[in-house]
Write a protein that binds this ligand. Structure first.
Ligand code: MLT
Length: 271
């Protein structure tokens, strides 16, 4: 565990294992670093260090009050700054959903920190006008009520596959993370996602080994989106995870971890 300061804000991160290379995990919305805990042993057993920040607005990190302080590019700059601060060199960057938007922004803005990419349950294209409107409605609701509770059950129902073997357990874990998210963090991250740029033009330029993973029942970033993204990235592999929706690493960690472990075994471990 550690903290570092970015843009005057305190950022908390989990830090485990040792190795010449690190795997840096970026969480999705509205979660925190610990959503990646089932993957930490895979990275540690591969001889790598694990680093996973709570993004500003989430977990134990500072929560900027103003939504204009949040952006996907800003989160990407934070990831690169953390890599520099810890002297990690080039990392294997793993991002789920919003974490994937951030990983793609790192690939565009800071490709010199990358040794490999894992893009899970995510997409390169920006929000449609309908999705943007829905996010604005959510922001208004959280602002009006002063807490996030009214959104939790609906979001859980959209993201988890009904057929997932761990449906109840994962729902409880993610529900707790969601309910503990500060309203300003929730609103800010929605703003960041609403304003994010289209990254599809970046895909053919990605020149590090890449694994794309998607839950077979992901309703937010479905299989066809993942297939197109994997096709767009030179040499990328695609893993479709059965019994999983939008949070494949938690809904079916066995399959996710097998693909992740195989991917890591193909990469040199130096930074
Ligand atoms: C996430 O899991 O990070 C979010 O579902 C992403 C999004 O809402 O676009």
């Amino acid at each position: 565990m550690g903290t570092f300061t970015f843009d005057g804000q305190s950022v908390h991160y989990l830090d485990e294992g040792v190795g010449d290379q690190a795997v840096l995990f970026v969480h999705g919305f509205p979660f925190k670093a610990s959503m990646w805990e089932p993957q930490f042993p895979v990275a540690v057993e591969s001889g790598r260090r694990v680093v996973a920040p709570d993004l500003p607005g989430f977990g134990r990190s500072a929560v900027p009050a103003d939504r204009s302080a949040y952006s996907i590019d800003g989160y990407a700059d934070l990831v690169a700054a953390l890599v520099g601060d810890l002297g990690l060199g080039r990392v294997v960057l793993v991002g789920l959903s919003m974490g994937g938007y951030i990983a793609l922004a790192v690939a565009r803005r800071h490709s010199d920190v990358l040794a490999g990419l894992v893009l899970a349950d995510t997409r390169a294209d920006p929000d449609s006008p309908e999705v943007r409107r829905a996010r604005s409605d959510q922001q208004a609701l959280v602002e009006e009520r002063g807490h996030v509770t009214p959104l939790v059950d609906g979001l859980l129902a959209r993201i988890l596959a009904d057929t997932g073997p761990r449906h109840a357990e994962v729902g409880a874990t993610l529900g707790d993370m969601m309910r503990s998210t500060a309203p300003a963090g929730w609103i800010g991250a929605l703003e960041a996602m609403k304003q994010r740029r289209d990254q599809t033009d970046l895909l053919p330029t990605i020149d590090v080994p890449t694994l794309v993973v998607v839950g077979e029942g992901d309703a937010l970033a479905p299989v066809d989106v993942a297939e197109a993204m994997a096709k767009g990235i030179p040499g990328a592999r695609l893993e479709i995870v059965p019994g999983a929706g939008h949070v494949a690493n938690l809904e079916n960690p066995e399959v996710f971890n097998r693909a992740f472990s195989e991917f890591l075994s193909t990469l040199p471990t130096g930074s």
